[in-house]
Design a protein around this ligand. Sequence first.
Ligand code: HEM
Length: 129
Amino acid sequence: MTEAVAAQDEQTPYERVGGGAAVKVVVDRFYELVLADETLAPYFTDSDLTNLKRHQVQLISHLLDGPVSYEGRELRDAHAGLAITPEAYARVTEHLVGVLVDAGVPDDIIASLGGTLGAVEPEIVAPQN
Ligand code: HEM
């Protein structure tokens, strides 16, 4: 088999997790847990959840090499002024990884998303003084 044909056989992470429907299930469950977490819910009091979920689905789909563009704000702008602590960041990350595990997402994909979550933390957590 030529390399080109082999490449066509390879699925993207987006396809491997089950595509858009699967990402949407993950994101819905993720925000259920976040909003049920009394240390996290107050951050979301003024949020437009429909928009937030739509953008989160787009972002995760994009990170999984899906055919989807992210139309939300830069992460730094979206979280500015929310005074997000490192503890809150860790809890949100735990909820997301937990949902991915429960959804049966393969370990290599979770590890790759986890790397991205670590990399964007400085854009989301408020500067600590
Ligand atoms: C773990 C990594 C995180 C990612 C990848 C992420 C991603 C996003 C995305 C894509 C949006 C939508 C932006 C838009 O609609 O323009 C958003 C908004 C938001 N995020 Fe995060 N987020 C993360 C962590 C957190 C944490 C730790 C908190 C608070 C504890 C948080 C609180 C919020 C809030 C309140 C909004 C809505 C802001 C608004 O309505 O103006 N996020 N986030």
